[in-house]
Structures are given as structure tokens and as C-alpha cells.
Design a protein around this ligand. Structure first.
Ligand code: 8YV
Length: 324
């Protein structure tokens, strides 16, 4: 019987689908597997049900002992998997595109609104007992309607955010390698600098690649408007965390709302944790019951297809796989 490793607890009905066809090992410890545990746990596996915290590189693939056929990521982003190493080894890599688009866009737009109107900060203000009387000049935010939103990465999620933004009366500009098929009333800027200079809100929706790592750093913060809000729900390393902390401290930008950080989780004592003008969330953009269930099902679909000798229905390196 084939063996499948699931690196975190998952929905039981989906685990039952795997158990029906493979010896299924679910790592149930509270914390993610350490490197040593992962190298040990993959031994003899045909499939890995992987999560964002698992670094699946050549060493992990080789530790399976050449049995590995499929790595299925629970998520649309798969920057934690070395896809070139997988392709070289004829290992299919699957992901879960599409199902989380609207959920992630809802969340990004919620953060744009929450940051603009300083919701988290205002909640802390009330909890600290500082709300004693009405102050007309306290906790003033930034209007959503009439403001300009800059979207970095106009793919599925970026486009869905654009739809929400135009419906809320925002002007939308975007920066993307190619012109979007449907621009949804948004205007493509000629450069990232142009987008940063024009935007009141900037939201990040590009994948993490060697080209986008550190895309927003010191120089970019200097180009942003001093009242601007940065929202990142994509991947932490796209933004230089130290430069961001400095930009927030010196007033180069006004506010940041981050669902993703670098490193993740953000370590105790990190300067961002001490700042009032930052909202920090624990990577929950796709975390609704409905969406996470669909992601789990798609991840299992990707594994089961490979166990049956077929390419996963959502395979990112299908052109390199010689079976299926
Ligand atoms: C997941 C995500 O929660 O899809 C993605 O790329 O970042 C999130 O939806 C994450 O991948 C959990 O493994």
C-alpha cells in the first residue's frame, strides 16, 4: 500500500479518503515538524500533503527513498516547494488555485478598510480604558471612497480586490508584468514607483519568487505617500520587514496591515509588535470553514490522482512529468 504523509492536522473526512487508498500518517503535534522529523517522516512516502511551513527541498524529496510521486500543497502559493528539484525527480507538484480567490480578496479588502479606519488600534484604545469622552480629533483615519488603491500583482486575487475597490468608490491602479485581460476599470502604471507615488493604499498580491523577494524595501517606502497604508496578504519576504519597521517609525508611511510576515510567525520582542500603527494577523486570509474544506479536498484530489497514475488535476509542473 502507498504511504502518504500529511504534515498538519486536517479535516477528517478528507483524511478518510486518503486512508481508504493509502497508509496515511498525519503529524498531529501542536507545532510544525522540525527539519529532522520531516526528513524521517517522508521515508517511503509516495505522497506529501504539505503546508506553508514545510520546506520541501531536494533533501526532503531524496529522504523519501525515491518513492515520492506527488507533493500536494494546501494553498495556491507553493514557494516552500523546490519545484525544479521536484521536476528533475519526476515528482508532480499540486496546489489549490481558484477556491480561495474570493475568500482571500474579501480578507485583503477587509484589511484595507480596517487599516484605513484604524480599527485594531481603536479597539486597543477602548480596551485600555482610554476612551473617556468624545474627541473630534482622535483616531482620524483615511477614507476608502475616493482614495487610490495600488494593487501589486493583478492575478486572480488582485483582480477580485480591484472589483471590491471600484465598487467602494476607489480609484484603482495596478502594477503587473502584463496588462490584465480584464482591467475592471483599473489603470496599469508604467512602473512600481509610479504606483507607489500615486497610491493612498498599496496591497500586495504577487507570488513570492526570486524577482519579488524584497520588492518593497527602503527606497520604495521613500516613494510612498506619508499617509499611505500598506497591506500584505501575499508572502512576508516580498516586503523587507526591517525597512518597513523603519518606514513606519520615521513616518515615511502611516500604517501597515500584515497577514504575512518575514519571519513567520513574527518573533517575540520584534519592533513591529510594539507599534500602534501596525495590524498583525496570523496568516488567515483563506481561513473560512468553506474555503479550507475545499482546499483540503483539492489537495487530496491531487494526491489520489497521482496514486492512480494520473497527473494531479491542479499540477504546476505537469510538462516535466513523464508518467500520468
Ligand atoms: C494557506 C496561502 O492558508 O494559499 C495560500 O497560498 O497562503 C493560504 O491560503 C497556506 O498556504 C496554508 O498552508
Amino acid at each position: 500500500m502507498a504511504k502518504v504523509l500529511v504534515t498538519r492536522r486536517q479535516f477528517e473526512d478528507q483524511m478518510d479518503r486518503l486512508r481508504a487508498e493509502a497508509e496515511t500518517v498525519v503529524l498531529t503535534r501542536a507545532a510544525p515538524a522540525t527539519r529532522e522529523e520531516l526528513l524521517e517522516a517522508v521515508k517511503g512516502c509516495t505522497g506529501i500533503f504539505a503546508h506553508i511551513n514545510d520546506r520541501i527541498d531536494a533533501a526532503v524529496m531524496d529522504a523519501s527513498g525515491e518513492s515520492l510521486k506527488v507533493i500536494a500543497e494546501f494553498g495556491v502559493g507553493y514557494d516552500n516547494i523546490d519545484t525544479s528539484a521536484a521536476s528533475e525527480r519526476n515528482i508532480a507538484v499540486g496546489n489549490t488555485p481558484g477556491v480561495l480567490t474570493e475568500t482571500a480578496a474579501d480578507f485583503a479588502f477587509a484589511l484595507i478598510q480596517a487599516a484605513g479606519r484604524r480599527l485594531a488600534e481603536s479597539d486597543r484604545f477602548v480596551r485600555r480604558g482610554e476612551w473617556k469622552w468624545f474627541e473630534p480629533l482622535d483616531l482620524l483615519g483615511l477614507d476608502i471612497n475616493g482614495s487610490t488603491l495600488g494593487i501589486i500583482g493583478m492575478g486572480r486575487i488582485g483582480s477580485s480586490v480591484a472589483r471590491r475597490a471600484t465598487a467602494s468608490g476607489m480609484n484603482v491602479v495596478y502594477f503587473n508584468r502584463n496588462r490584465a485581460k480584464d482591467e475592471l476599470g483599473a489603470r496599469r502604471t508604467g512602473s512600481l514607483d509610479e504606483l507607489l507615488a500615486e497610491s493612498d493604499f498599496v496591497t500586495v498580491h504577487c507570488p513570492l519568487t526570486p524577482e519579488t523577494q524584497g520588492l518593497i524595501g527602503t527606497e520604495q517606502f521613500q516613494r510612498m505617500r506619508s499617509h499611505a497604508v500598506l497591506v500584505n496578504t501575499a508572502r512576508g519576504p516580498i516586503v523587507d520587514t526591517d525597512a518597513l519597521a523603519e518606514g513606519l517609525r520615521t513616518g515615511e508611511i502611516a500604517y501597515a496591515a500584515l497577514d504575512v510576515t518575514d519571519p513567520e510567525p513574527i518573533p517575540t520582542g520584534h519592533p513591529l509588535l510594539e507599534m500602534e500603527n501596525v495590524t498583525l494577523l496570523p496568516h488567515i486570509a483563506s481561513a473560512t470553514v468553506g474555503t479550507r474544506k475545499k482546499m483540503s479536498q483539492m489537495t487530496v484530489d491531487n494526491i489520489l490522482a497521482a496514486l492512480h497514475g494520473k497527473l494531479p488535476p491542479n499540477c504546476v509542473n505537469g510538462e516535466s512529468i513523464t508518467w500520468g
